[in-house]
Design a protein around this ligand. Structure first.
Ligand SMILES: NC(=O)C1=CN([C@@H]2O[C@H](COP(=O)(O)OP(=O)(O)OC[C@H]3O[C@@H](n4cnc5c(N)ncnc54)[C@H](O)[C@@H]3O)[C@@H](O)[C@H]2O)C=CC1
Ligand SMILES: O=C(O)[C@@H]1CCC=N1
Length: 272
């Protein structure tokens, strides 16, 4: 990975997470470039990560082995159409945009090796997880480059079918926000039960961290871990019964369905 040169087109939140993860893994600052139209954003990312930033996307992409498209889905078409003539055929295109298909990217960029992926923001701490799909033009070596890029910031899982990216987006791409929402709600509820804000927040966050580590490190599945906390007729049971009476599982399904549907809708609306 250390001799792979990576250019990020768009230096927003997700690009910064990936850049932070790559830098933390030891990728030299000179191997990474990025572009962004925002002067303040460029200054911030340059200061935080020590990499070179450009206002011009083509300048950032020049000489890169891997060009990561990290702009919002809504501007992807214009960005790709302007960039297309500046790209070389052997450059690997990696798109992290929600709801932008490989077919759309190839319509805008010309036929190219494209890996479409869906990472998530814990990439910043190298605790991310991504789903990846490669179009048939991606070579075995480029697959490895993409896997190393996303693998540098967490788990990278290949998908056989592109349509499964919508499900990955619903589960893990948007997923951190669901846990943050639960943290916000638990902190607020703890405060209403009389705890000072800071204590409610600390109790919530450490519980989230401890539960996540138990679920990932114990080798015991979440349902069994939950049973072990839930004493018959005890306090947890009172809370879980309340969640379930409110339709918790059905609500989670509806929320993830909505996210997956939105991903497919974006592909439909923005892909032309
Ligand atoms: N935020 C997240 O958790 C995740 C986001 N994504 C995807 O990552 C992409 C970026 O999302 P965020 O980083 O959240 O958005 P963001 O808004 O933080 O970043 C987008 C950046 O692109 C820049 N930009 C705007 N026009 C540009 C242009 N013409 N050329 C170059 N750069 C331009 C903006 O100034 C901004 O800094 C989106 O396509 C999103 O679907 C994927 C997975 C997770
Ligand atoms: O909300 C979004 O559209 C992006 C994609 C996944 C996470 N954030």
């Amino acid at each position: 990975m250390s001799d792979t040169r990576i250019a990020f087109i768009g230096a927003g939140n997700m690009a910064a997470s990936l850049i932070g993860g790559l830098r933390a893994q030891g990728l030299p600052a000179t191997a990474i470039r990025a572009s962004d139209p925002g002067a303040e954003r460029r200054a911030l990312i340059a200061a935080e990560h020590g990499i070179e930033l450009f206002a011009d996307n083509a300048e950032a992409a020049a000489g890169a082995d891997v060009v990561v498209l990290a702009v919002k889905p809504q501007v992807m078409k214009a960005v790709c159409q302007a960039l297309a003539i500046h790209l070389r055929p052997e450059q690997l295109i990696v798109s992290i945009a929600a709801g932008i298909t490989c077919a759309s990217l190839e319509a805008w960029l010309g036929e190219r090796p494209v890996v479409r992926c869906m990472p998530n923001t814990p990439a910043l701490l190298r605790q991310g997880v991504s789903g990846l799909f490669a179009n048939p033009r991606v070579s075995a070596a480029q697959r490895q480059q993409a896997e190393q890029l996303l693998g540098a910031v967490g788990l990278a899982l290949w998908l056989d079918e592109e349509r499964l990216i919508d499900a990955v987006t619903a589960v893990s791409g948007s997923g951190p926000a669901y846990f943050f929402l639960l943290m916000e709600a638990m902190t607020a509820a703890g405060e209403r039960l009389g705890l000072p804000h800071d204590s409610a927040a600390q109790l919530t966050l450490q519980t989230a961290l401890g539960a996540a580590r138990m679920a990932t490190e114990s080798g015991v599945d979440a349902a069994e871990l939950r049973r072990r906390v839930t004493s018959p007729n005890g306090t947890t049971e009172a809370a879980i019964n309340t969640f379930q009476a409110g339709g918790f599982e059905a609500l989670v399904q509806q929320a993830l369905d909505a996210a997956a549907r939105r991903s497919a809708e974006l592909a439909e609306q923005l892909g032309r």
